[in-house]
Design a binder for this molecule. Structure first.
Ligand SMILES: [Zn+2]
Length: 294
C-alpha cells in the first residue's frame, strides 16, 4: 500500500474506453487500486475512532437529550419560574437538576404569597437571633419540656438539635437527598408528558404543578419552607444512656414511636410544659416535630 501514485493514475478516468492503450488501461486499474486503498484506510480509521467517538457521542447525545428534555421544562422555565413567589427564586436558581427544581417550584407555588413570611433565615438573621429575649424564651420552654419528660419517664431524656437550618444547608440537602431524587424523576416525567414541547402555558403549568401528587412523598420540605429554618419548629428526640432511642426518622414512626408510646408521652410533656408548641406534625407523620408558635 505504500507505493507512490503516478500522475497518470491521478488524472486517469475511472472507466476504460474502447481503444485505450495498455498504458491507459493500467492507469485506470491503478486509479481503482488507489480508491480502494483510500476506502480501506478510512474504514480502518473509523474502527480506531469508533471507541472514542462512541464515548463522545454518548456525552453529546446526553447533552442534547438534556437540552431537549430540559426545553420542555426550559421552554416553560422562564414564564413558569416567573410565577414563583419571592424570594423563592433565589433557591430555585441554586437547584440545577430540572426535576428537583420543578418539585421545589411546586411547593413554592402552593405556598403562594404567604411564602415570604415563613421563608428560612439567612446566616445573618440566624446570628441576629442569638441572645435575643425571643431565643431565651424558646430555650426556656424547651428546657421545661425536657424537665417534665425526664421526670415522667425515668431513664429517658429529650434531645433537641440546637442549630437552625440555614437556607444553604437546606439547598445542599435538597440537591442530594435520595427521596427528593425519586419524587423529582416522577414529577418531571409526568410534567413532560402533560406538556409536550411547544405547548407551554405558564398558568396551566402552574395549576398542574400545584395539583400534582407524588406517589411517594419526599422526606424533606423544599428549601426555605421548613420552619426549622427560622426557629419555628423543633424536633424532640428521645435519648437513653446518651444515645438516640427514638429519633427523627420516618422508619421509626411505627416501630418505635407508636410501638413504645413515645408519641403519647412526648405529647403529655408538651401539654404540661410547652404551651407554645403546636403539634405534632401530621403530614408527613412526624411525632417528634412540633411547631413553635409563641
Ligand atoms: Zn421537624
Amino acid at each position: 500500500m505504500g507505493r507512490r501514485i503516478s500522475p497518470e493514475e491521478l488524472s486517469a478516468p475511472m472507466t476504460a474506453s474502447p481503444g485505450d492503450t495498455p498504458a491507459q488501461l493500467q492507469a485506470v486499474a491503478g486509479r481503482w487500486q488507489m480508491y480502494t486503498f483510500i476506502c480501506i484506510w478510512f474504514l480502518a480509521l473509523g474502527q480506531y475512532m469508533s471507541l472514542r467517538r462512541r464515548v463522545f457521542l454518548k456525552g453529546a447525545v446526553a447533552a442534547v437529550l438534556a437540552a431537549g428534555g430540559g426545553s420542555a421544562v426550559a421552554g416553560a422555565d422562564e414564564a413558569l419560574l416567573a410565577l414563583a413567589p419571592p424570594p423563592s427564586e433565589e433557591a430555585l436558581a441554586r437547584i440545577p437538576d430540572p426535576g428537583r427544581k420543578l418539585l421545589a417550584l411546586r411547593s413554592y407555588l402552593r405556598a403562594g404569597p404567604g411564602l415570604a413570611e415563613r421563608w428560612s433565615w439567612t446566616d445573618a438573621e440566624i446570628k441576629a437571633f442569638e441572645g435575643t429575649p425571643q431565643q431565651k424564651a424558646l430555650l426556656a420552654e424547651i428546657d421545661a419540656v425536657k424537665a417534665h419528660f425526664k421526670a415522667a419517664n425515668p431513664g429517658f431524656e429529650i434531645y433537641v438539635h440546637g442549630t437552625i437550618r440555614s437556607l444553604d444547608e437546606q439547598v445542599r440537602k435538597w440537591n442530594e437527598n435520595e427521596s427528593v431524587g425519586v419524587a423529582a424523576a416522577e414529577i418531571i416525567a409526568a410534567f413532560s408528558a402533560a406538556f409536550p414541547e411547544g405547548t407551554a402555558d405558564a398558568k396551566k403549568q402552574s395549576a398542574w404543578l400545584r395539583g400534582f401528587q407524588s406517589s411517594k412523598r419526599a422526606n424533606l420540605a423544599a428549601p426555605g419552607l421548613t420552619l426549622h429554618g427560622r426557629a419555628s419548629a423543633i424536633d424532640f428526640q428521645v435519648m437513653k444512656d446518651g444515645k438516640i432511642h427514638a429519633g427523627a426518622n420516618g422508619k421509626e414512626v411505627e416501630s418505635v414511636w407508636r410501638a413504645e408510646g413515645w408519641d403519647v408521652k412526648l405529647k403529655a410533656s408538651m401539654d404540661a410544659a410547652g404551651p407554645s408548641f403546636k403539634g405534632p406534625l401530621k403530614n408527613p407523620d412526624e411525632p417528634w416535630h412540633y411547631d413553635y408558635v409563641p
